[in-house]
Every structure is written in C-alpha cells, then in structure tokens.
Design a protein around this ligand. Structure first.
Ligand code: HEM
Length: 204
C-alpha cells in the first residue's frame, strides 16, 4: 500500500485544479460581456455590483472559516475593498453598496482543501483581469481611478502574487481525497459565480 500523496506519478494539485475547472473557465469567459460591443457604462456598473455581491460573502466565508492553511495572507489578497472603491468611484454611496444583493448559495467551505480550491479560482481570476483591464480602458475609458481598480487589483505584483500562490499551493500536503475536495470547491466556485451573475442578469 502506498499513498498517492507521495506518488511521483500523481498529478500535482495545480494540475488537478486546472483539469477540473478548464471547461468551466471557458464557459464563464464566453458569457462575460467584457468583449461585447453592447457593453456600456451602465452594464459595466451592474456587472461590478454583481461581482461585489459574490466576492463580499465569498471572501467573508473564506476568511471567517478559520480553515485556510497557514501561509496565505488575506491582508495582501483581499479584493472586496477594491470593489467597494470602484463602486464608490462609479457613484454608489456606502448605503447603496450595503443594500446590494449578495449571493447566499456559496460553495461549501468546510475543509482546508475546499478553501484552497476556492482560493485558486479567486487568485487565478486576477490573471484574466489583466486582459480585461486593457479592454475596459480602450472600450469604456475605465481605469483604476474611475471604476476599474478591481481588474488590476494586484497591479504590477500580479505575476509575482500568482507565482507565490502557486508555491503556497505546491506546499500543501493533500492526499487524493483532499485534492478531490479542492477540485469540487473550485468547480462550485466557478459554477456558483456563473449562476449568481446569471441571476443578476449581467451575462450574455
Ligand atoms: C472574460 C473574462 C476572462 C478572461 C478573458 C480570462 C482570461 C484568462 C487568462 C488569459 C488566463 C491565463 C493567464 C496566464 O496564464 O497568464 C486566465 C487564468 C485563470 N482565470 Fe481567467 N479569465 C476571465 C475570467 C475569469 C473569471 C471570472 C475567473 C474566476 C472567477 C477566472 C479564473 C481563472 C483562473 C483560476 C485562472 C488560472 C488558471 C491556471 O493557470 O491554473 N477567470 N484567465
């Protein structure tokens, strides 16, 4: 008997997460309106409001869970405050932001592995943000000061932060069952986000 955690032929957690979520990423990407000619300033604001409605409860659930393995720094990586900054720049008051609808059907985050899977999705999204940032600057003249800071939440640190996150992931000693829990949570994060955005009528 041997554990797959020590089996050199077993795929890494990152490989398992990539394989398990690749199609969901493509599906969501195709429904997001960032590259649509119909996207205007009003739709962009509704989209960001819907992002807030998912990220706020999601980050709160993750950070309140007490289950994120040591080595992850929420203070460096929390993204909801940047969304709040953007919503202010787009004209929403604190009161209006507080009153925005929020997702209540979050992925189940009841193990460290599940938290890692969800964090993989939220950290990976900062990579696509770089593409979206350029597109929104060109198309809607949106930048960090007028509602687009979230798309560039880590700024020049984006690549470094992703690499640091991958190093952190690679240090997690997950066995095969735990890796499966991580993938399940990552998949639920993608599909939960898509369902939430759909319910807010901001997708194509
Ligand atoms: C239209 C919207 C999007 C575009 C154009 C996009 C594009 C990209 C691109 C180009 C990468 C690879 C970057 C690189 O390797 O340097 C990437 C990675 C990733 N994106 Fe997106 N993305 C979008 C939306 C999202 C969303 C909404 C999420 C999750 C909420 C997400 C999650 C991820 C993840 C987890 C990765 C990392 C994959 C890996 O390398 O393991 N993306 N995205």
């Amino acid at each position: 008997m041997h554990s797959q955690a020590h089996d050199v032929s077993a795929p890494s957690l990152l490989e398992t997460l990539r394989t398990g979520t690749g199609l969901l990423h493509v599906a969501l990407e195709q429904r997001l309106p960032f590259f649509s000619e119909r996207l205007d300033a009003q739709w962009y604001r509704r989209l960001l409001q819907a992002y807030y409605g998912f990220y706020q409860p999601m980050e709160a659930a993750l950070y309140d869970s007490g289950l994120i393995p040591d080595g992850y720094e929420p203070v460096l990586r929390v993204k909801t405050p940047t969304l709040v900054h953007d919503l202010h720049a787009l004209g929403l008051t604190d009161h209006a932001i507080h009153a925005l609808p929020r997702c209540t059907q979050l992925p189940v985050l009841n193990t460290p592995a599940a938290c890692l899977g969800a964090l993989y999705v939220l950290e990976g999204a900062t990579l696509g943000g770089q593409v979206l940032r350029r597109e929104m600057a060109l198309r809607l003249d949106v930048n960090a000061d007028n509602g687009g800071a979230f798309l560039n939440v880590y700024g020049a640190e984006t690549g470094r932060r992703w690499k640091d996150f991958l190093d952190y992931l690679s240090r997690q000693p997950l066995d095969t069952d735990a890796a499966a829990r991580a993938v399940m949570a990552a998949r639920s994060t993608f599909s939960g986000f898509e369902q939430w955005l759909d319910s807010q009528e901001v997708l194509l």
